[in-house]
Design a protein around this ligand. Sequence first.
Ligand SMILES: [Zn+2]
Length: 318
Amino acid sequence: MKGFIGARQTTLGSEISLTGTGVHSGAPVSIALCPADGDTGLRFLLSNGNADGTEIAADQRWVTGVTLCTVLGDGNGASVATVEHLLAALRGLGVDNALIEIDSSEVPIMDGSASRFVEAIDEVGLAELDSPRRFLKVLKKIRVEDGGAFGELTPHNGFHLDVEIDFDTPLIGTQRIDIDINPGSFRRELARARTFGFMKDVAKLWSAGYALGASFANTLVVTEDRVLNPEGLRFADEFVRHKILDAIGDLALAGQPLLAAYRTIRGGHKLNHAVLSALMADPSAWRVVEASEPARRTRGHADVGAGLAAAAYGPEMS
Ligand SMILES: [Zn+2]
């Protein structure tokens, strides 16, 4: 049953192979998204230059970089960059367990959005596992401020994002969306929103070794008042939609689906990571809860019940 999300953990229906280019490295890269057992979580297996490979869990503890993209590293030199759009696709569609084999140090950018990952996952569908789905339930407000920016997690029986960006340019200006995240809303509203960058920053980025693989095929390139890509925008507010996509990928590093609302203004990878780190550092701020089977829903476990699972990841067909 393609895309069904319930009280049990899921993995991919079968293996997916994709190739592309790292947006920052400019290097060609192949990835394989492989089914994994229950309670594996989302894990990267880096095969570059290492016969046995190095495994790095998609977990905030392994974040080693938050400049322009989110980077995971093992502390011994192995790292994988730009993990956020792929993790957003997996989390957004409710994939709990997967092993991501990668032969380079950066996830391919594809078209700059999560669209190609979503299509590939939908092609193979999800398989339900025996393990009960577990959520990381936020119990109290965690707020991190950084200058005029902030990010804030609060308790919520579902997964809700409220993201605002504020650019001092006529093209972007202030954009805000608040949205309940489930596979349907993720596919419809967020997955196709592309990464963006300002033309005026390109030379600076290149000289710093970033955006070497960026092109009109994978990045919305903008000036103060217009989009340079010939095809234009996919959504009038594609910019804030992409910021939500990034936040979902960054928050996937909680290691389990969150039961929380996240609000952020003028945020980015750095702030998303800071908020998640602050949450995990305070054991009184969260608890892992288990989704119960649908048959037990009516008993009304106030705290744990499948109502939570239904709210966050209701059955979804598409
Ligand atoms: Zn992004």
